[in-house]
Design a protein around this ligand. Structure first.
Ligand SMILES: C[S@@+](CC[C@H](N)C(=O)[O-])C[C@H]1O[C@@H](n2cnc3c(N)ncnc32)[C@H](O)[C@@H]1O
Length: 263
């Protein structure tokens, strides 16, 4: 065998973020340990499934925005277990490289992508950007002389400060031509700090501990990018589908989003 078999690495005894998220979204690619940890999260925040849906809706709106702006190639970092509206389905005109660390996410992505020639999956850790950028899948599918949309949706909060999130973003940015873009969504302590502290404690026992960040820190991390309107906002307030789609205080969604262009 010339490449590791992701399925051989699955540790079902320890909860994993990809499988917990799959559970929140009503999927079936999760194990007892994932469901137990997810149940603890739901005890603290029963609206986590709605938050996950708001995050997915941001992902879709931002991809649509970038397609309308002419981008036809995407790298979806921390793409997760395939669910309704995967990026290559949401944009049939585009080429998509999915990337995830979780062996279940990778194995299931491989199975749904077999026979799809404009999308592929890379089993890699985004904390080592070269694993993604130098992968033959990435190099075979993407043209680095044309703009690329990098999606870091609900994944950067799994990169700790010790793992240098600015360096991770910077490595992807450096590899991209001018006109490329970053779409980022990131869970925060702002708005619901006590509950988010308890979520941090639950995720600290999983394979993917979290580092939730403030708006100010996320603005710093996005500073090299030219943010498109409306800048960094709650994901529900980022270019909603219709003007009155957002009612009341959006802090419930616990998640900031932004799209920036490389100029
Ligand atoms: C909450 S899910 C988000 C899935 C999808 N991006 C979305 O927003 O719907 C986070 C995903 O990031 C993956 N992940 C976490 N840390 C990672 C890392 N260092 N490298 C690659 N993937 C990672 C997890 O395995 C999981 O599938």
């Amino acid at each position: 065998m010339d490449k590791p078999d992701p399925a051989a690495e699955i540790d079902t005894s320890r909860p994993a973020a990809a499988r917990m998220y799959d559970y929140y979204l009503g999927g079936s690619h999760n194990f007892a340990a994932d469901r137990e940890a997810a149940a603890k999260v739901l005890e603290v925040m029963p609206d986590v499934p709605l938050m996950a849906q708001a995050n997915r809706a941001f992902l879709h709106r931002s991809v649509r925005y970038l397609v309308d702006a002419g981008i036809r190639q995407f790298i979806d970092l921390g793409s997760g277990i395939p669910t309704a509206g995967n990026v290559h389905e949401a944009t049939p005109e585009s080429t998509v490289v999915y990337v995830d660390l979780d062996p279940v996410a990778v194995a299931y992505s491989e199975s749904i992508l077999s026979g799809v020639d404009r999308a592929g999956i890379v089993h890699a850790d985004i904390r080592r950007p070269e694993e993604v950028l130098e992968s033959p899948v990435t190099r075979g599918l993407l043209d680095f002389s044309r703009p690329i949309g990098v999606l870091m949706v609900a994944v950067l909060h799994f990169v700790s400060e010790d793992d240098d999130p600015a360096g991770v973003i910077g490595a992807f940015r450096s590899a991209l031509p001018v006109g490329s873009a970053l779409s980022m969504a990131h869970v925060t302590f702002d708005g619901r700090p006590a509950e988010m502290e308890r979520l941090t404690a639950i995720y600290s026992k999983s394979a993917n501990p979290t580092t939730f960040r403030t708006k100010a820190r996320l603005e710093e991390l996005m500073a090299p990018w030219e943010l498109v309107d409306p800048g960094l906002t709650w994901v529900t307030e980022w270019r909603p589908d219709w003007p009155d789609a957002v009612e009341g205080d959006s802090a419930w969604c616990g998640n900031y989003g932004a799209v920036g262009r490389k100029r």
